[in-house]
Design a protein around this ligand. Sequence first.
Ligand SMILES: Nc1ncnc2c1ncn2[C@@H]1O[C@H](COP(=O)(O)OP(=O)(O)OP(=O)(O)O)[C@@H](O)[C@H]1O
Ligand SMILES: CC(C)(CO)[C@@H](O)C(=O)NCCC(=O)O
Length: 371
Amino acid sequence: MDCGSQTGSIPDSPRSSHLAIDIGGSLIKLVYCSRGSGESAADENCCSSTESAKISNGINFHSLRGGRLHFQTFETSKVADCIEFIRSKKTDFGGGWHLEGSKEKNVIKATGGGAYKFADLFKEQLDIVLDKQDEMDCLVAGANFLLKAVHHEAFTYRDGVKDFVQINDKDLFPYLLVNIGSGVSMIKVDGIGKFERVSGTSVGGGTFLGLGKLLTQCKSFDELLELSHKGNNRVVDMLVGDIYGGNDYNKIGLASTNIASSFGKAISEDKELHEYQPEDISRSLLRMISNNIGQISYLNALRYGLKRIFFGGFFICGHAYTMDTISVAVHYWSKGEAEALFLRHEGFLGALGALMSYNIDKSSLLQGQIS
Ligand SMILES: Nc1ncnc2c1ncn2[C@@H]1O[C@H](COP(=O)(O)OP(=O)(O)OP(=O)(O)O)[C@@H](O)[C@H]1O
Ligand SMILES: CC(C)(CO)[C@@H](O)C(=O)NCCC(=O)O
């Protein structure tokens, strides 16, 4: 993305720039582009950003021709840290954010539920007005932008192998966008600005983290994911073989190793929670939620005749087991007809969409200048 375009796509003073914010149920995502030499990648980690921000900064930090695009996250429960971060950036941004065509001095584009919930707080603490952008509009705009503009944005993931897929511009629509945040939204996208939210489920990333915290005493998402690496879901899940005496149930296509019932082993074992390993619980939970989302996504793709399903949202976090489970679910249920695709900038679709709602030259944004 060219934030400091010499073609004049961002008609601002040399240091000023644009910042957009997506305030969700779990995480706040900030995207801002800046010009000049004052900033460095190290800036990204100087505040109390979450661990996943650090992870994502590793892959998401972009040097731009004449400017830079920065990505930052905060836990929504730590909105005060986000406010401090923005305050610290205010001087770098020439004292504020000026919205073209608006009389307001400090206005930033904001999406997600928190744009409503925290509007007064931003006004009181920073004297900033949040210019609310619809969450679904932003998710779709962000996804369309990335898929059209960014080389190697989308990839498939199977058995630990990531294959980048270059999507032909003329062959992008229609597709299903599944955004896995705290909750999950499923959106049929037919074109630029043409979409319908066709489904959703409340069993999403918030469920994984919430239940995970309750069941394992983990304190953070990263801790919970880390545990899942070491776990064995078969200790907790009831398999087809557990029911069928070690046999497959071939007639309906179920192998003995298939999960018959997530967490089903806990029914009969008469064990207390502390007698299970948190690693196994975390693994089972991650598998249950990813599998369920993969299945509902496939059903919606089938319902609308869509072959491609793009998955976004911070729940995915580039995590191998999550992506593998979702891919297997889509492949299994669709008998190989539909394909799960993941996005490198998965967690920032809404924030990027909000950034694009500034009056910036879209044609320059769509010339593949984001790496
Ligand atoms: N560092 C982290 N802290 C908390 N959750 C994280 C973290 N990293 C990844 N996650 C996962 O990402 C989910 C949030 O994803 P995302 O930021 O896309 O959604 P959101 O915008 O907060 O939610 P919604 O769109 O439903 O309001 C969390 O529920 C959790 O499963
Ligand atoms: C409520 C939103 C859109 C907020 O981002 C999201 O959390 C979501 O899509 N939840 C699922 C709600 C449902 O469709 O049942």
